[in-house]
Design a protein around this ligand. Structure first.
Ligand code: ZN
Length: 97
């Protein structure tokens, strides 16, 4: 198995979790700003647009990866990111877990 592909899976996993954390920091902040500060309609639309945009990117990241061994979709196998091993073929996808 090419270690290159496993490294990409791990990077993908970290990127998904990183974006997820950023999303959950940004979203409440944006809501507080919209609710309690006198922001313009344009700023409001931009903040809401960013929240939806990030949610879409996050879904794409989560469901875009397939198992390099059996091509099973990995997005459904973990709540977030890449599972430690493929549930379909049992291959180890992330070391140390
Ligand atoms: Zn598999």
């Amino acid at each position: 198995m090419p270690t290159n592909e496993l490294r990409k899976l791990r990077q993908h996993h970290n990127a998904t979790i990183g974006l997820f954390v950023a999303f959950w920091i940004f979203t409440p902040t944006a809501i507080v700003v919209i609710e309690f500060f006198d922001v313009s309609q344009r700023t409001r639309d931009a903040l809401i647009g960013t929240i939806f945009g990030a949610a879409i990117v996050l879904s794409l990241l989560q469901f875009s990866k397939r198992c390099p061994y059996c091509r099973a979709n990995l997005g459904w196998q973990a709540r977030l990111g890449i599972p430690g091993h493929c549930r379909k073929c049992g291959s180890i996808l992330r070391e140390g877990k």
